[in-house]
Design a protein around this ligand. Structure first.
Ligand SMILES: Nc1ncnc2c1ncn2[C@@H]1O[C@H](COP(=O)(O)OP(=O)(O)O)[C@@H](O)[C@H]1O
Ligand SMILES: [Mg+2]
Length: 318
């Protein structure tokens, strides 16, 4: 659960202003919520700041099962039977651990945490201490900070975080980065570059702009797509990317990551075929009707013309 400072998170691409604000907020003793869609670098940013400042981070996944006892800690029932309620029978949860050690408590999916559990935090944020039944009052070390993270567009099992909480923390908002930054991120994570990265990032970004898609893929989709593209290319013994490989990799990397708009009865695959076709038109083929991408499994589409960038050529170039 603990990330030791210095253990290998990737370098942060961009986000300079957000990083400055978050650093200063933490130095000033403030608690912070980082808001942004999945994959926009919330955890990466937090890890980098923790590493730079030599702080420990304790990670907690927020969900409906995160009760106050799970967050704070609890007495072990069998030990209580033997010894009664003593501090020794109490096992610290992540909150008490972070408070005692002066660590950052990174609470992800903050808006999925039950209200009862969030209420524990209200007192803590105001008083710097909490009172635990049959344990007593625990005071937070001065270095303790709460860093919450959430996706503001998360519609599953979420409630609005109450004003009482919001009034006690600062807010840093992250959004999708531009295309060049997403290429740099994909390269940093995969160690790959060039045409497969350009194609993967372009395809992934296009899912966010497509009218039939409610929620497009994050840069995590680009990262997986590059790995599948290059891996398939290797497995198939191809010296250059071909469209069939691009299509297989795109379906596998992105179809589960996009959400089709309500009321639209298309499949993710048909949308992805359309997007691929826009970026890398299928070769002239009577079976290809553009909209559906045309190819049947087993068909061998033409290789992308060498050099790319032509009219019916490969992925777009920068
Ligand atoms: N600004 C960034 N710099 C470096 N890597 C990033 C950046 N944004 C996202 N990533 C990479 O994308 C993936 C998702 O990032 P993450 O920080 O886990 O997103 P979030 O916590 O917002 O869901 C990780 O592999 C991460 O390395
Ligand atoms: Mg995260």
């Amino acid at each position: 659960m603990t990330q030791a400072p210095g253990s290998g998170p990737p370098p942060v691409v961009g986000l300079r202003r957000e990083r400055e604000v978050l650093t200063v907020a933490l130095d000033a003793g403030r608690h912070v919520v980082i808001e942004g869609p999945p994959g926009t670098g919330k955890s990466t940013l937090l890890r980098a700041i923790a590493r730079d400042s030599g702080r420990d981070v304790i990670f907690v996944e927020g969900n409906a099962e995160l009760t106050p006892a799970r967050l704070i800690g609890q007495h072990d029932p069998s030990q209580v039977l033997a010894a009664g309620y003593t501090p020794a029978t109490f096992t610290d949860g992540p909150l008490l651990e972070a408070m005692r050690r002066g660590a950052l408590l990174y609470l992800e999916e903050f808006n999925r945490v039950p209200e009862e559990t969030l209420n524990v935090l209200i007192t803590l944020l105001t008083e710097g201490e909490i009172t635990v039944p049959r344990l007593g009052t625990v005071r937070a070390s001065p270095q303790f900070r709460l860093i919450a993270a959430m996706n503001p567009f998360d519609a599953v099992g979420t409630a609005r975080v109450s004003h009482a909480i919001a009034d006690r923390i600062c807010r840093v908002v992250l959004g999708y980065q531009d295309e060049a930054a997403e290429r740099a991120i994909t390269t940093a994570v995969t160690g790959l570059s060039g045409e497969p990265v350009d194609l993967a990032v372009a395809l992934t970004r296009a899912t966010r702009a497509h009218p039939d898609v409610r929620m497009g893929s994050s840069v995590r989709g680009s990262i997986d797509l590059v790995l599948l593209l290059t891996g398939l290319q290797r497995l198939r013994g191809h010296s250059s990317l071909d469209r069939d490989t691009a299509r297989d990799a795109t379906h596998a990397a992105l179809s589960g990551r996009i959400r089709i708009a309500d009321g639209c009865d298309r499949t993710p695959e048909s949308v992805l075929d359309e997007i691929l076709n826009g970026l890398w038109p299928a070769p002239e083929d009577p079976a290809a009707d553009g909209q559906q991408g045309g190819q049947q499994d087993g068909e061998r589409p033409g290789e992308r013309p060498a050099g790319g960038g032509g009219k019916a050529g490969g992925p777009p170039r920068a």
